[in-house]
Design a binder for this molecule. Structure first.
Ligand code: GTP
Length: 173
């Protein structure tokens, strides 16, 4: 028979790393060069029919600006999965991502599936920095037993794969 699956997830990460853009790419297939910064948090849903199952994604897209940091626990406490996003051209955003991972390890739900995402993979002009950030991120994800994806909200690279993998992991529990 048909299965109904709910996937509750939260996106965390520094401002400007592309959290809203990843969600909009997934939910609406759209991308904006001038995406406005999120205030507080935004909620999105997406329903997909895959094989025998109907999957409802409930997605909290949090604001990356530091002044909203204290709101984050409200969103990650109810989540089954957390997507921690950094910008592959910004080491600062990677440092911020590591802080989020540590906070989730300390204060998140113990079964939380955490995914580290290196976004803006399309920015080839910054190749050197990109390659370095990518390798470091992948190693960090391995060491901390996180899932890892390199994505581009702009080109759509790996965006569906990211959300499908989260659904898959939730289904295992
Ligand atoms: P906050 O809401 O401030 O936390 O930011 P955010 O993480 O939601 O980032 P947002 O999606 O608003 O994207 C910030 C900027 O990066 C926008 O100008 C986007 O167009 C751009 N951007 C997002 N994803 C990508 C990507 O994969 N590639 C490129 N080249 N630009 C991207």
């Amino acid at each position: 028979g048909n299965k109904n699956i709910q996937a509750k997830l939260v996106l965390l990460g520094d401002m400007g790393t592309g959290k809203t853009s990843l969600v909009l790419r997934f939910v609406k297939g759209q991308f904006y060069e001038y995406q406005e910064s999120t205030i507080g948090a935004a909620f999105f849903t997406q329903v997909l029919s895959l094989n025998e199952a109907t999957i409802k994604f409930d997605i909290w897209d949090t604001a990356g600006q530091e002044r909203y940091h204290s709101l984050a626990p409200m969103y990650y406490r109810g989540a089954a999965a957390a997507v921690v996003v950094y910008d592959i051209t910004s080491m600062d955003s990677f440092e911020r991502a590591k802080k989020w991972v540590r906070e989730l390890q300390r204060q998140g739900n113990p079964n939380l599936v955490t995914v580290l995402v290196a976004n803006k993979a399309d920015l080839e002009s910054k190749e050197r920095c990109r390659m370095r950030a990518e390798l470091i991120g992948e190693q960090y994800a391995k060491d901390n037993r996180l899932l890892f994806f390199e994505t581009s909200a702009k080109s759509a690279q790996n965006v569906n794969e990211l959300f499908y993998e989260i659904d898959h992991k939730n289904g295992e529990e």
